[in-house]
Design a binder for this molecule. Structure first.
Ligand SMILES: Nc1ncnc2c1ncn2[C@@H]1O[C@H](COP(=O)(O)OP(=O)(O)OP(=O)(O)O)[C@@H](O)[C@H]1O
Ligand SMILES: [Mg+2]
Length: 253
């Protein structure tokens, strides 16, 4: 765990953010702040607004109230691709790899596809991009699968690939939406181990939606808990697990 004192400026912040779908407040006046170098967990029962908050943070959804601040800049009205260029990457709860492309092609496409002919893209990929893709596949232990179609990979390997794709632009923060869901325990350990390495050695900051309690306990410095769109609690993993309101939100009375 990272016990160094928190620097004063958050890297990413939601201030009083609300998002409505019709009459439903999917996210209600939520404040969160992620500091550089942290691994922060975002937990809560199904439908509590976690993915919606991610969509607001990465600007895929407009918000009804509040502000999003990234690297000291108000990005409330910034386009998603600009936010990505500023150094915010994310993965998706429902996997978004290109199943009919190889692992290698997925890595290149994620980085620079602007809708041009794919063959041209692969032929013209510059040395720096190829080098980065190679290094990331090595780091994620996916190199042996480089020429495999993504659709042939296991769910866990596809999750790792998606993390690799998110890392291609060299982001400062990566938002992970259930990176360990539905995958086998061995690969969960690999994913945890790689995230820790990326955090400690490569200074990547993470905000992770997670249902896996070991992930939360082993990796997260702090945790936010959402319930019915509202922030229910925040604290260390130990504090959160001992919080009666959190236990009740998950398991009922
Ligand atoms: N595009 C949408 N249109 C209408 N309602 C939506 C939309 N997206 C999400 N919702 C609703 O907003 C609420 C929060 O959903 P969200 O997907 O953010 O929850 P979650 O915490 O990610 O849940 P899960 O753990 O199941 O992934 C739910 O009631 C959901 O039905
Ligand atoms: Mg979700």
């Amino acid at each position: 765990m990272n016990h160094s004192p928190l620097p004063t400026l958050p890297l990413l912040e939601a201030q009083q953010v609300s998002k409505y779908f019709g009459g439903l407040a999917a996210v209600k006046q939520v404040d969160i702040a992620i500091y550089p170098g942290e691994i922060v967990g975002l937990v809560g029962p199904n439908g509590s607004g976690k993915t919606t908050l991610f969509n607001c943070l990465s600007r895929l959804e407009s918000i009804n109230q509040g502000r999003i601040i990234f690297r000291g800049r108000d990005i409330t009205n910034t386009r998603p691709y600009q936010v990505a260029r500023m150094g915010l990457s994310r993965t998706f709860q429902k996997l978004r790899v290109y199943r009919q492309m190889t692992v290698w092609e997925n890595m290149l496409v994620s980085h620079q596809w602007r809708g041009e002919n794919l063959l041209t893209l692969f032929q013209s990929s510059d040395r720096k991009t190829s080098k980065r893709a190679r290094e990331l596949l090595e780091l994620l232990k996916l190199s042996p699968l480089k020429n495999e179609y993504a659709g042939n990979l296991s769910g866990g390997q596809q999750r790792l690939l998606e993390i690799g794709m998110a890392l291609m632009p060299d982001p400062e923060i990566i938002l992970l939406d259930e990176a360990t869901s539905g995958i086998n325990p061995t690969l969960i350990e690999t994913i945890k181990d790689r995230i820790l390495l990326l955090n400690r050695e490569y200074h990547k900051t993470f905000l992770a939606i997670e249902h896996n309690i070991n992930f939360i306990s082993d990796l997260c410095d702090r945790v936010y808990v959402l319930n019915q769109g509202e922030k229910l609690a925040e604290g260390t993993p130990t504090e959160i697990q001992a919080n009666d309101a959190v236990v009740e939100a998950y398991f009922g009375t």
